[in-house]
Design a protein around this ligand. Structure first.
Ligand code: AHR
Length: 505
């Protein structure tokens, strides 16, 4: 089958924010302890952070890191995580039925994030706590000095303020699994008053109100409307969270997850537009952005059915192994198409965070006695984050469709593109698990002259689609993709079940 993609560098959706390539570190499972941090590992630095993980984090090229949760933040006392390590309290983390030692805290994490080149996006606890504690944390982090809290930070080793700009007002407060779960009205009022106080303390902050934790939430839609009305003029972004998984016997719907994310983003955008129009001047000139601040492939059904009960009711352990999903080829292809969806919505998606960074549904995996390794999903993220730049283009493939139970008929080829300078970066997916697609790229305003750096991720020779990368072998990676420039068009063959990237001029 064939696909034709028309490239028009003047047909711009909007400028792509580098913040769309964010990641997420939660105090959950082995993301922090045994993940980014393991003083026993041969590569650990003086602070106990693993050097091999840091190198892979840099290679991944993420821009922003959301921290410290997730569900964890809804029971967290930030004060426990500062000051001399030997005096920090050990606590129960009720969200993940774990023991939190607080040995990695605010200062250690801020230092690590700086070394990793990541902007910190802090989340405040609106589960068990409220406006006062959020504002105190903000003062501790961002006020230069001369107050009790800012001087406490200085005494704890940070003479300069951390200067965190991005703040999440709670996490997934619409979910009945959340500590301190609220109705939209309860949350909207609390978020508004927290935002008001935080802005008084530091008017430069950018605030994210928690939207829905999934498009399947029974409150989806009404939640956004109520929260937007109650926080009008006080917040800058509204979040959405989106996880996708392959359900037994339905690979086609899974491979169409990018269409699901497109529709979810577009539904939220339409709600925001309607509410903003109705609120008029109460928005104080703000156009709300969408922060997709948790997204990924997550085998959540498997977790809920098999693992959740024992994990959440068994022994209380430090850094238990929780949701360490091992990703196969289709998962990487879907991650590529989810990134495409984020790029296509550059006019509205102001931020996004792949959840999470290490071990916990993560592109990077560790074991105590091995070098860190890249999961399959590492590759589309790293390449898209490195290459998608400048303006996102309106682009679609003219091609056959495939039927799916979840989303109806969807195009077999998924595509996104960006442009900076005279080069256009193209990212495409072949959703057909059996057959290759012949792809032609054509310039809308004249001949294409060349194609560069074409890479593809697909099922490696000698394996099937279920192959994963393990500590011992990482067969799934990038290989060069053959491209031909003929008659002013770029031609390539997308293998069955593949994700590819190339630059064209
Ligand atoms: O990323 C894992 C969990 O997923 C987060 O803690 C929570 O916010 C979401 O439900």
């Amino acid at each position: 089958t064939h696909a034709r993609i028309r490239i028009d560098p003047t047909d711009v959706v909007g400028d792509l924010s580098p913040r769309v390539f964010g990641t997420f570190v939660e105090h959950m499972g082995r993301c922090v302890y045994g993940g980014i941090h393991d003083p026993q590992h041969p590569s650990a630095d003086a602070d106990g952070f693993r050097g091999d993980v840091l190198a892979l984090v840099r290679e991944l090229g993420a821009t922003v890191v959301r921290y410290p949760g997730g569900n964890f933040v809804s029971g967290f006392r930030w004060e426990d995580s500062v000051g001399p390590r030997e005096e920090r309290p050990v606590r129960l983390d009720a969200a993940w039925h774990s023991i939190e030692t607080n040995q990695v805290g605010l200062h250690e994490f801020a230092g690590w994030a700086e070394r990793a080149g990541l902007e910190v996006m802090m989340a405040v606890n609106l589960g068990t706590r409220g406006a006062a504690e959020a504002a105190q944390l903000l003062e501790y982090c961002n006020h230069p000095g001369g107050t009790a809290l800012s001087d406490q930070r200085r005494a704890n080793g940070a003479a300069d303020p951390f200067g965190f700009r991005l703040w999440c007002l709670g996490n997934e407060m619409d979910g009945d699994w959340q500590i301190g779960h609220k109705t939209a009205h309860e949350y909207g009022r609390l978020a508004a008053e927290t935002a008001r106080l935080m802005r008084f303390v530091d008017p430069t902050v950018e605030l994210v109100a928690a939207g829905s934790s999934s498009a399947d939430q029974p409150t989806f839609g009404e939640w956004e409307r109520e929260v937007v009305r109650l926080t009008a003029g006080l917040v800058d972004h509204v979040s959405l969270h989106a996880y996708y998984e392959e359900k037994p016997g339905d690979l086609a719907s899974f491979l169409a997850s990018g269409v699901g994310l497109d529709r979810y983003i577009e539904s939220v955008a339409a709600i925001l537009d309607e509410e903003e129009a109705a609120l008029g001047e109460r928005m104080q000139g703000r156009r709300l952005g969408i922060s997709v601040d948790e997204w990924n492939v997550w085998y959540l059904d498997r977790f809920n059915e098999q693992d959740k009960e024992p994990l959440l009711t068994g022994a209380w352990n430090v850094a238990p192994r929780i949701i360490e999903d091992e990703y196969a080829v289709a998962d990487a292809v879907v991650v590529g198409s989810l990134l495409n969806s984020l790029v296509r919505h550059a006019d509205r998606v102001t931020m996004a965070n792949q959840a999470q960074l290490v071990n916990v549904i993560a592109p990077i995996r560790t074991e105590p006695d091995a070098d860190a390794w890249r999961q399959t999903i590492f590759w589309p993220f790293a390449v898209t984050a490195a290459r998608a730049r400048g303006a996102a283009l309106r682009v679609a493939a003219e091609c056959a469709t495939v039927p799916t139970d979840a989303y109806g008929d969807v195009p077999v080829v998924d595509v996104a593109a960006t442009t900076a300078g005279d080069r256009v970066e193209v990212f495409c997916v072949n959703r057909d698990p059996e057959n290759p697609v012949e792809v032609t790229l054509a310039g809308a305003h004249g001949a294409l002259r060349g194609a560069h750096d074409a890479v593809v991720l697909t099922v490696p020779d000698g394996h099937d689609r279920f192959v994963t990368n393990t500590r011992d072998a990482q067969p799934v990676g990038l290989r060069e993709l053959d491209v031909r420039v003929e008659d002013g068009e770029v031609r390539l063959t997308l293998p069955a079940l593949s994700w590819a990237a190339l630059g064209v001029v």
